[in-house]
Ligand binder design. Structure first.
Ligand code: XBP
Ligand code: MG
Length: 245
């Protein structure tokens, strides 16, 4: 039986990459006077590197190899760009324009009602997680989660299993007692690396990823008005967590 659900955030709880992160990176670049523009197609490639600071560093190395900041070390320049990116991201959340994906609120509420523990394991900055929860589910929803494991709390980001291993140890639960919910290949690798069964809900950025090893792949979690479609695998043991047609 499943005692706890461990949710990824970006792409799983909401389409934050599409609606929040990509625009926020671009706004930060514009503020710094840079002509860098991350199109949806380029961003889809850059998502192979998790973590905002790591993603910017990878972009510079790969696409702007001659770039040097006007002053100071590159690492500090990236940190500054990323702080301003987080500010823009939180502003977008505050405007209330990043909704939860179908079935997310249903599952969170049902899991709470049946006494399951809720947890989060994500590479994103902690303020981004609490900001999303507050803007979509209200202030008290932050307290629904036994553990919110996020960002630089572990140095090795997904696909490394560290963030899930950290969440499990904070929860005091074994991997067998938990189910991870992810949207990407890197997320699946991280969760599987920590020994977790993993349910995947895809989005436009991750639809074509390799989800070998997932217990099921769905288009979304589904709710009464919007049942989910099973793209791969079986949902044995997952009902009633997913709302099938
Ligand atoms: C999500 C990410 C994050 C966000 C940006 O990966 O890679 O880096 O894109 O967040 P996952 P920050 O869903 O697999 O956890 O800019 O705050 O790092
Ligand atoms: Mg994700």
């Amino acid at each position: 039986s499943i005692k706890a659900l461990i949710f990824d955030v970006d792409g799983t709880l909401a389409d934050t990459e599409r609606d929040g992160h990509r625009p926020a990176f671009n706004r930060s670049f514009a503020d710094a006077g840079l002509d860098w523009e991350w199109t949806p197609a380029l961003y889809g490639e850059l998502l192979a590197v998790t973590g905002g600071k790591e993603r910017i560093a990878h972009y510079i190395q790969r696409h702007r190899p001659d770039f040097k900041p006007a002053e100071g070390a590159l690492e500090d320049f990236i940190a500054g760009l990323h702080r301003n990116k987080t500010r823009h991201y939180l502003e977008l959340l505050g405007q209330g324009e990043i909704p939860l994906r179908p079935g997310v609120e249903r599952l969170l509420r049902e899991a709470r009602d049946t006494g399951m523990t809720l947890a989060i394991a994500t590479t994103t900055t902690p303020e981004n997680v609490t900001g999303l929860l507050r803007s979509t589910l209200g202030d008290e929803s932050v307290g629904w989660f036994g553990v919110i494991a996020a960002g630089d709390v572990v140095p090795a980001k997904k696909p490394a299993p560290d963030i899930f291993t950290h969440a499990l140890s904070q929860l005091g639960l074994a991997a067998d007692d938990c189910l991870a919910i992810e949207d990407s290949e890197n997320g699946l690798l991280a969760a599987r690396g920590a020994g977790l069964r993993t349910l995947v809900t895809v989005n436009d950025y991750t639809r074509d990823h390799d989800f070998d090893g997932a217990c099921a792949v769905l288009d979304h979690l589904g709710d009464a008005h919007n049942p989910c479609r099973v793209l791969h695998g079986g949902c044995a043991g997952l009902a009633p967590m997913v709302t099938l047609p």
